[in-house]
Write a protein of this length. Structure first.
Length: 298
C-alpha cells in the first residue's frame, strides 16, 4: 500500500479494510475504483453507495497537497459508468492562490481525464464552496447531480445553487464532460502529441481558446490535462492544473516533473503560456515549450 493512505486506512472499519487493502496494494492503483471494486466493497462492508463513498472520503483526502492551508479535503466523483474517482485539494508554494485546485474540481477533472462522460454524484468532506458549485454547474449532468456530505441528507446541485447562472444563459449548448474532438493534427514528439491530444478534448466554448498540457516525469511517465472553461469564467480550470491532478493521482510530486509542453490554439483570444511557464518554474521545471495548433482547413 502506498504510504500516503496509511493514516486513513487504519481508521476504517475492519471489514472495509480487508476488502480495500488488495486494491490499494496494487502497483497500478491511481485513485479509481472500478464497478466490480465498488460492488466488492459494498458486499464486504454492508454499506450502500452513499455510505461507502462517505466512508472512503478520508482515503481520498490522503491525496491532498495542502502546504498552505494544512486543510485536507477529499472528494469522490461517481460516474454513470459505475467508476468512482478520487480527488483532493492541491495547493502550490510560491504561486498565487488562484492556482489552487479544489477537491471537487480534482475529482471531477480526474473522472473527465479518465474518459468518464457524465457524473451521477459527488461526495465530499465539507460543503462545496461557491466556486465549486459554479464549476459543477458547467457539467452535462446539470443541477441534477447528487451531492453527498457527512451528516446531511443527499441533495442536488440545484438545492445548493438555486437560480443558477450557467452555459444556457450564454446560449452555449456544449457542456463539460461531453466528448469533443476539435480536430487538431497530432505532430511532434510523444509529449507534444499528448499535449495536442489534450487540447483536442478541451472545453472552451466561450473563447474557443482550446489548450492542453502534457508533463513528463523524470522516470519518463507522461500525464496530460485539458482546459475546462466555465460560464462564470473564473471557476474555469487551467490545463496545467488538470495535468497536475493526474500527476498527483499517479503518486508523483511536482518536483518529479522534468519537462512540460503546452499546446494551444494559434492566435487564440486567451493564452495559457505565461501562467503555465511561471507555475512550472515555481514547481522546479524550467524545460517548457509551447506548440501552436490550428484546425485543418477544409
Amino acid at each position: 500500500m502506498h504510504a500516503r493512505f496509511t493514516s486513513a486506512f487504519s481508521a476504517l472499519p475492519a471489514t472495509l479494510q480487508t476488502a480495500l487493502q488488495p486494491l490499494l496494494d496494487t502497483s497500478d492503483f491511481h485513485g479509481v475504483l472500478r464497478p466490480q471494486d465498488v460492488a466488492q466493497l459494498k458486499q464486504a462492508s454492508g454499506l450502500d453507495d452513499d455510505a461507502l463513498a462517505l466512508a472512503l472520503l478520508p482515503v481520498a483526502a490522503c491525496c491532498a497537497v495542502a502546504p498552505v492551508s494544512r486543510f485536507n479535503v477529499g472528494a469522490i466523483a461517481r460516474g454513470v459508468s459505475g467508476h468512482w474517482y478520487f480527488g483532493a485539494n492541491m495547493e502550490f508554494l510560491r504561486v498565487p492562490m488562484q492556482q489552487t485546485v479544489h477537491a471537487e474540481q480534482s475529482a471531477i477533472t480526474h473522472a473527465w481525464l479518465r474518459g468518464e462522460t457524465q457524473l451521477a454524484a459527488i461526495t465530499v468532506n465539507y460543503t462545496p464552496c461557491g466556486h465549486c458549485r459554479q464549476f459543477m454547474n458547467e457539467l452535462n449532468s446539470g443541477t441534477a447531480i447528487r451531492i453527498s456530505l457527512p451528516g446531511r441528507a443527499v441533495q442536488t446541485l440545484g438545492d445548493y445553487l438555486p437560480d443558477a447562472f450557467g452555459p444556457a444563459d450564454l446560449n452555449i449548448a456544449e457542456r463539460l464532460m461531453t466528448p469533443v474532438d476539435h480536430g487538431f493534427t497530432l505532430e511532434g514528439d510523444a509529449l507534444q502529441q499528448a499535449a495536442i491530444a489534450a487540447a483536442n478534448c478541451s472545453h472552451a466554448p466561450y473563447s474557443q481558446s482550446y489548450s492542453g498540457v502534457a508533463l513528463q516525469s523524470r522516470s519518463g511517465q507522461i500525464v496530460s490535462g485539458r482546459y475546462a472553461e466555465n460560464a462564470a469564467f473564473n471557476p474555469g480550470l487551467p490545463p496545467l492544473q488538470a495535468a497536475l491532478i493526474l500527476l498527483n493521482m499517479h503518486n508523483l510530486a511536482p518536483e518529479d516533473i522534468q519537462r512540460g509542453v503546452l499546446a494551444e490554439t494559434e492566435q487564440a483570444m486567451l493564452s495559457q503560456a505565461d501562467a503555465t511557464r511561471a507555475t512550472l518554474a515555481a514547481l522546479g521545471c524550467t524545460d517548457f515549450s509551447v506548440t501552436l495548433v490550428s484546425k485543418p482547413t477544409v
